[in-house]
Design a protein around this ligand. Sequence first.
Ligand code: HBI
Ligand code: FE
Length: 295
Amino acid sequence: MNAAPEKTKHGLAAGLEAAPENPDWTIDQGWERYSAEEHGVWKTLFERQSKLLPGRACRAFVEGMQQLPMRADEIPDFRRVSDVLMKHTGWQVVAVPGLVPDDVFFDHLANRRFPAGQFIRKPHELDYLEEPDVFHDVFGHVPMLMNPALADFIQAYGQGGMRAKELGVLDKLARVYWYTVEFGLLQEDGGLRIYGAGIASSRTESLFCLEDPSPNRIRFDLERVMRTRYRIDDFQESYFVIRDLDELLELAQIDFAPIYQRVGQAGDLQPGEVLESDQLFTRGSGDYHRARRAA
Ligand code: HBI
Ligand code: FE
């Protein structure tokens, strides 16, 4: 099998600079054109995470995964994944070259289409990459899209995204997505579990977020989270914990407009900052990021 011609044109480096053929930035997944090596990268990642996630990922993630046509042997076919997803929560997965502009991203989510990176990381990039690839997007996000609460919440994020951009407060809304959909933890069976896709698709962060003494684990509070900056290049210094996935549904009902105003006046918080008013599950030692800064 040859690499798809789209690969070079919409590859990792091309990203946002490449002009899209379709205004919605979708491309053909070209499933038949993935190489054996590309399926092999999927398999390595899939097997690693499947060993790690039982007992660490929340039940909704594990159950969603079990019901989807996803297995270790091959990169999933978006058509087959979408068939199952559509029956459960009315979502579809569409292929995109990588990051897409905010307005395009929001429009897809508002219409219950999840844009997933078509490409897969290279064998030397297993633990870190800058753009969302098929492993992050499909292994990390799609099992949670089988859950009705999370599915509605992401749609509401898409709907709120354009509004937030017009109001000049997209950075505040994006923090809510970041600390829930991407890096969220929840309470389950007397402990903490992963539901965020950025964690579930990362071997090192799956361990760090639950087991390392360094990060703070803080009860989720909407205004607090909207004020909190985040890191895109390393583990989070703070994780925010929701009670259960239904809490996201409650969030989706709230009118954010007056909250944006209050949050703007209150000012930003640094990623590792802890407040008097925080409800802490763990007060982190901060050792990990302190060592990184010293290096
Ligand atoms: N595009 N493919 C893709 N995936 C994302 O998660 C994504 C994006 N474009 C914009 C974006 N995220 C964020 O900057 C917004 O959530 C604010
Ligand atoms: Fe993501």
